[in-house]
Design a binder for this molecule. Sequence first.
Ligand SMILES: NC(=O)C1=CN([C@@H]2O[C@H](COP(=O)(O)OP(=O)(O)OC[C@H]3O[C@@H](n4cnc5c(N)ncnc54)[C@H](OP(=O)(O)O)[C@@H]3O)[C@@H](O)[C@H]2O)C=CC1
Ligand SMILES: O=C(O)[C@@H]1CCC=N1
Length: 276
Amino acid sequence: MSNDIVLVGAGCMGAALLPGLFKGFQKSRILVVDTSPLRREKVAAMGVDVASAIDNIDGGATVVLALPPNSFSGFASSTLALKGHAGLVISVMAGVRIATIKHALQICNVVRAIPNTPAETLKSMTVFCAATSVSLLCLEFAERVLSLFGEAIRVESENLMDPATAICGGGPAYISYFAECMRCFAVEQGFNDDESALIVAQVLCGTGSLLSVGDRRPMQLCRDVMTPGGTTARAVEVLDRNNFKEVVGDALLKATIHSRSLGCMVEEAENERSHR
Ligand SMILES: NC(=O)C1=CN([C@@H]2O[C@H](COP(=O)(O)OP(=O)(O)OC[C@H]3O[C@@H](n4cnc5c(N)ncnc54)[C@H](OP(=O)(O)O)[C@@H]3O)[C@@H](O)[C@H]2O)C=CC1
Ligand SMILES: O=C(O)[C@@H]1CCC=N1
């Protein structure tokens, strides 16, 4: 295994992986491959090598696939240099199954991971699953790489990768959505923009710090705030009356189901391509 890293796709997720890769691979060659000239320009400005495609690759390089799921089949068929690649391939693509990646690229060392955008500040929550064909060396290396972005846990069942995509991958979106609702209320009530943004950010960070201590479950933290007969209980009553828990559950289920169907779509595209 060499120290080279090739990141394919430097969009919102791929770019968020760069700080962790810089931290872990200071002495290595990092190549970022992206079809978008704008993305390449941004990454090149950080002093990183960029390319629009992989022409050749060191056999031991680690490849991180952070391109859109629906671009994968086209990418796999046009990237001959990756066919039979011996090194580790980590995919962060939503839905795309390990078997599909193995088949498309004719490789063994595939790890499917779902990080999230807080990787940008090395605070990702990443869930990953390894192909049974991954070598022990590659598996240990994958754990090390994924831990560079924040917390990383490995699951045995690939089925869990779809709910992980909904919860972990999408999580920062729902929390930010909730934050935006609170920010709008703060502004409506008369706080200025900066004050509103600070209040919401600090409430979330502070709550996150309590959650990450880990000795109290979220609902315990909620109850701790709900002074009997107090103001918060009035607010939580409204959330309960409007079935907030069910709404969140429905939203996460929709995302989970879509992750599975993305996996099926990419597999179908791949099957069609290989039978052509
Ligand atoms: N955003 C997130 O929070 C998370 C995303 N993911 C996964 O990460 C992947 C990327 O998502 P995201 O960053 O949001 O998407 P973006 O659209 O922001 O970025 C994708 C980038 O990949 C480029 N790209 C497309 N096709 C190719 C190709 N064949 N070769 C090289 N680069 C290519 C795109 O270029 P162009 O614009 O020219 O198409 C774009 O710059 C997806 O698979 C997604 O499921 C996983 C977890 C969380
Ligand atoms: O929305 C998406 O499909 C990607 C995967 C999880 C977060 N963003």
